[in-house]
Write a protein that binds this ligand. Structure first.
Ligand code: HEM
Length: 239
């Protein structure tokens, strides 16, 4: 998701791809920015690091189940849902931060991390949903449907998840080629309504202390604004 032309269609160190023909961000800072090239292998430690939260959760669950530790506290299912939901939000922030960062620095090579972070965000939301479905509603499809229809925050979360599915599916180079940059980019704007739905879901789920969702809402607001500003800028240049 929010990805891909990424690794393949972009000239190394060049502008972010997957932004559409003619809409590739032309950073005002690019010419003066130092040309930094990241080594190819850097993505492996980045991915390994990004998977640590999931690995820790798996370990905590295993430890609580087999050694009777209480790493996940008194309500392990809720703890897992919260933990995975929050990591999903963090990776959505990272995904959306890549383009503005490229704009500011001219480091076009960062584009491949947009795809990586996007897929990691999807992984965490998928795990979030899996914990909910397997451990919370205990694989009861009728209960799932009831929750989705009766509890607004679940409805909104599910809608956010469903919007992210086509982005994850089309994140491969093959899909980008098949769809063409313009259509692919248009589809990947879905990440914005998905984030809005996810954030409202988050706000409703936390119940009491709303400081964290508000901080994330502010961060997303800035990132949305940066993206819209960039889009207007590249349209202006094209005109
Ligand atoms: C873009 C989509 C989504 C995002 C960004 C998201 C994010 C979050 C976050 C951050 C939390 C933690 C709230 C806290 O700290 O208290 C949470 C809680 C939760 N989420 Fe999601 N979520 C999404 C989709 C879903 C879906 C599809 C489901 C299930 C159908 C779901 C079910 C839950 C549940 C059951 C909780 C725990 C609420 C409670 O405390 O009772 N979420 N979500």
């Amino acid at each position: 998701m929010e990805a891909g032309a990424a690794a393949g269609a972009v000239p190394r160190g060049g502008p972010p791809a997957g932004e559409g023909k003619g809409a590739a961000p032309r950073s005002r800072h690019r010419s003066s920015a130092p040309r930094i090239r990241a080594p190819q292998w850097l993505k492996y430690p980045v991915i390994a690091l990004s998977l640590l939260p999931a690995a820790w959760l798996a370990f905590a669950l295993w430890s609580d189940l087999t050694r009777n530790t209480r790493l996940l506290g008194a309500n392990p299912v809720k703890e897992m849902e919260h933990y995975l939901g929050e990591w999903n939000i963090r990776f959505l922030v990272l995904t959306l931060a890549v383009s503005p960062l490229i704009q500011a620095t001219g480091w076009g090579w960062l584009i491949r991390y947009r795809r990586i972070f996007g897929l990691l965000a999807f992984l965490y939301i998928f795990l979030h949903l899996t914990v909910y479905f397997v451990l919370d509603v205990e694989l009861d499809a009728a209960l799932l449907v009831e929750d989705v229809t009766d509890r607004l925050y679940i409805t909104l979360g599910m809608a956010g998840f469903l919007l992210l599915v086509p982005l994850a599916i089309t994140s491969t180079k093959g899909w980008i080629r098949r769809m063409g940059n313009r259509r692919w980019n248009a589809l990947h704007w879905l990440i914005f309504p998905a984030v809005v739905l996810g954030m409202v879901h988050y706000y409703m789920a936390v119940k009491r202390d709303i400081r964290e969702p508000l901080v994330y809402a502010l961060i997303f607001g800035v990132l949305f604004w940066a993206r819209l500003r960039n889009r207007r800028g590249s349209r202006g240049q094209a005109a």
